[in-house]
Write a protein that binds this ligand. Structure first.
Ligand code: ATP
Ligand code: MG
Length: 752
């Protein structure tokens, strides 16, 4: 990856040229609460890639400030993923939990500056006083506590004198800030919980917004790259560092769009649900988009990195077609891997005119498509062979080019055969065919003059090995999967009795092959033995899925929206555009890239201004307008949605009536029905359900219907929590408030 080819590299390059930093230091900061997935691969390739391109370094930092969900197993999986992708952190493996003492000192410093206070209001009160996007908040009465009192209380919080939730430490900033994150944000909370690394040393834990920027500062990070959903947190990031370390060179945060792929889920919550609910076989199930899953399936790191490079770094969220990833895998393997023959659904073929005692050894290239590449094996040919059942048809339709009673075919690398007799069982099923081979038609030395229309793969019955083949299809049947109900029931098909040519069987596998005419396959790194060979399908030879689904779904909504990639420097702005740009960045606090998109597009900026006059929530509005609305403008001449409606929608997200995800769904509905967002949420009952009196009966029902899983849970299989949560989410169409649900399910199960 070269310098300056995307907006992040442009920023780094300019900073280095301006001597803002001596060297670039980035970090990849995963929370070790799940296995890393393809989205993380993108983040890894950006952070490690930029450090490498500019001769700096990238830290691997476990962002382990949340004591309850983290695990050493996930740390190992993260290290493994980075290494597998070809990057190294050298000496620079860090844990945010190692900074707990320093972060605690920083909190004290903030109190001493009069910029933090201990609030003893309840969570509910704090939420109520926060105000809404249209109304400013009210400061808590505890904010008037003296510095001494705050220091004393905070120390006693640390010493474990209070229960969870009794007090919190808040930064004292601005209760009427337009950015809700700035309304006296919580920076420390009490949690009497065991941490997987620090044990019971701490019972106060720093919140993300406090811990992350300071961890970056402590490590000397220069460019703190994160995904778009942290855009609103940037102001707080800057405030904490400017307040606590005003004199020092410090890191700045930059956001890019997270990777979304159709037919794929990437949120760790959903992946956990699949794994814990046993809907897949563990974190490395080859159907999952986890790095462990890809690795087991046979994807190569080169292909994944190529994919990350191809999709680029965008500033606006978009959906990438999974076919693009599959293309990259195919593209990588096509040149690299040897081709062998494997018959998945064998049909016996007896060659009447071949000596039954004889085996002919045919020298066959592993790379028949590439004459420059060396590599041969001896392919045994004998009287009894097997071909693919569907390579023979008794009554073929027009255009069928393979073997029929009247049509000869070539056996790849070997001879042409002609059908003489069909043998069927009592049910009329074909069990064998008898053929004649043409001894003068050998591949590469054919003097027979017989014309055939295709060559099929085959194996010698006496020499072939039995193999198990695991065929994987997409895990979800819908392009934007929501939950368990969208799982593809046919995502795994196991073939027990495939027959494979002997040269493909090895003691030590770690090998990928193209099975001629079938696709790419990988010896399963865990279950394979030479006695019982097992191969995973990596990917087919071409995109067969596209054809299957094309006719089913009219392309009303494009799944791949156009990316807005800002590469290097763009054209200079006009006077008007510049005025807008400066208003957006200086007055409204939009980031440069979003402001750039808006300022340069009159249609979008008019839309934005109008929405803004209804609801003053510039950042959220700008986000939806530069993503969803921009997409609509791109694909349609006019759009039916008004700025007023978009403002209403954003308001519902801001005041937590609906989740961000449901907002996307409502947006799509608005396009279809032209109804107002309120009406849609009302009519479809999309409001988030946080009320325990609604959720608890559902949990009770799931518990009553699944006594086996309850018993397993009680016997120690705590992972089954995910199953119960999944069921309730399903019952509520994903509307149950996840954090409320989580807590209630755990409580219920533990009191069973
Ligand atoms: P999830 O929503 O899947 O739980 P996360 O963002 O909470 O993901 P982290 O472990 O905190 O997961 O992520 C580590 C890093 O990887 C972060 O910098 C995050 O921005 C980045 N990352 C996570 N998911 C994606 C994605 N889909 N595309 C690009 N980067 C991602
Ligand atoms: Mg996270």
């Amino acid at each position: 990856m070269s310098e300056g080819k995307d907006f992040l590299r442009t920023i780094v390059k300019e900073d280095l040229e301006a001597k803002k930093y001596k060297t670039v230091v980035t970090r990849f900061p995963p929370e070790p609460n799940g296995f890393p997935h393809i989205g993380h691969a993108k983040s890894i390739s950006i952070n490690f890639g930029i450090a490498r391109a500019f001769g700096g370094h990238c830290n691997l930092r476990m962002d382990d400030t949340n004591p309850t969900t983290e695990d050493m197993r996930f740390v190992e999986a993260l290290k493994d993923a980075v290494t597998w992708l070809g990057y190294t952190w050298g000496e620079n493996l860090f844990f945010a939990s190692d900074y707990f003492p320093k972060l605690y000192e920083y909190a004290i410093k903030l109190i001493k500056l009069g910029k933090a206070y201990v609030d003893s209001a309840s969570e509910e009160q704090i939420r109520q006083l926060r105000g809404t996007v249209t109304q400013s908040g009210t400061r808590s009465k505890y904010a008037t506590r003296s510095i001494e009192e705050n220091l004393n209380l905070f120390e006693r919080m640390k010493n474990g004198e209070f229960k969870d939730g009794e007090h919190v430490l808040r930064a004292k900033i601005d209760m009427s800030a337009a950015n809700m994150k700035m309304r006296d944000p919580l920076i420390y909370r009490i949690r009497h919980a065991h941490h997987f690394r620090t044990g019971d040393t701490w019972c106060v834990y720093p919140m993300y917004d406090f811990a992350h920027c300071l961890s970056d500062f402590i490590e000397g990070i220069t460019h703190s790259i994160c995904t778009l959903e942290f855009e609103n947190n940037r102001e707080l990031y800057d405030w904490v560092l400017d307040t606590l370390e005003p004199e020092k060179t410090r890191p700045y945060q930059y956001e890019f769009a997270r990777l979304n792929i159709n037919y794929t889920v990437m949120s760790k919550r959903k992946l956990l649900e699949l794994v814990n609910g046993c809907f897949v076989n563990g974190w490395d199930d080859p159907r999952l988009p986890t790095i462990a899953g890809y690795k087991r399936r046979g994807y190569t790191p080169e292909a994944i990195l190529n994919f990350c490079e191809q999709i680029g770094i965008a500033k606006a969220n978009s959906m990438v077609d999974v076919a693009q990833l599959e293309f990259c895998i195919r593209d990588d393997l096509n040149q690299k891997v040897p081709r062998v023959m494997c018959v998945l659904d064998p049909l016996k073929v007896t060659i009447e005119n071949f000596d039954s005692n004889k085996t002919e050894e045919i020298e066959a290239s592993y790379y028949p498509h590439d004459v420059a590449k060396e590599g041969y094996r001896k392919l045994p040919f004998s009287k009894e062979i097997y071909i693919e059942r569907d390579d023979f048809m008794e009554n073929p339709p027009q255009g069928y080019y393979r073997l029929t009673p009247n049509q000869s075919v070539r056996l790849k690398h070997a001879y042409i055969i002609t059908c003489k007799q069909i043998i069927k069982d009592a049910n009329g099923k074909i069990v064998e065919i008898k053929v004649q081979y043409h001894s003068d038609s050998k591949s590469g030395d054919d003097t027979s003059g017989i014309k055939v229309k295709s060559a099929i793969h085959w194996v010698s019955g006496r020499h072939a090995k039995k193999a198990e083949i695991r065929l994987y299809e997409r895990l979800y049947k819908t392009d934007t999967p929501e939950g368990l109900e969208d799982l593809n029931p046919d995502s795994l098909r196991i073939i027990k009795n495939a027959l494979i040519e002997p040269a493909a069987i090895d003691e030590k596998p770690d090998e990928r092959f193209q099975f001629e005419r079938q696709g790419y396959f990988y010896a399963d790194p865990i279950d394979y033995t030479s006695e019982h060979p097992i191969f995973n399908k990596i990917v087919g030879l071409k995109d067969s899925w596209a054809k299957k689904t094309e006719t089913k779904k009219p392309a009303t909504k494009p799944t791949q929206t156009k990316k807005v990639v800002i590469e290097g420097k763009a054209d200079p702005m006009s006077e008007t555009e510049l005025t807008l740009f400066s208003r957006y960045t200086n007055e409204l606090g939009l980031n440069h890239e979003i402001a750039n998109i808006l300022a340069r597009d009159t249609q979008l900026s008019n839309f934005f201004e109008e929405a803004l006059s209804v609801l003053h929530s510039p950042i959220s509005l700008a986000n939806i307008i530069t993503n969803e609305v921009a997409r609509e403008f791109k694909t349609n001449e006019t759009i039916q949605i008004t700025p007023n409606q978009v403002a209403q929608l954003v308001k519902m997200v801001d005041d937590e009536t609906i989740s961000n995800k449901i907002a996307k769904q409502v947006f799509e509905e608005m396009l279809d029905s032209k109804a107002s967002p309120d009406a849609i949420v009302q009519k479809k009952g999309l409001a988030q359900i946080s009320d325990p009196t609604i959720i608890i009966p559902l949990i009770d029902e799931v518990i009553a219907n699944n006594p086996d899983n309850v018993a397993k849970f009680k016997a120690g299989n705590t992972k089954l929590v995910g199953f119960f949560i999944g069921q309730v989410l399903k019952m509520t169409d994903g509307k149950a408030n996840p954090s409320v649900l989580n807590e209630l399910v755990s409580k219920k199960l533990n009191t069973q």
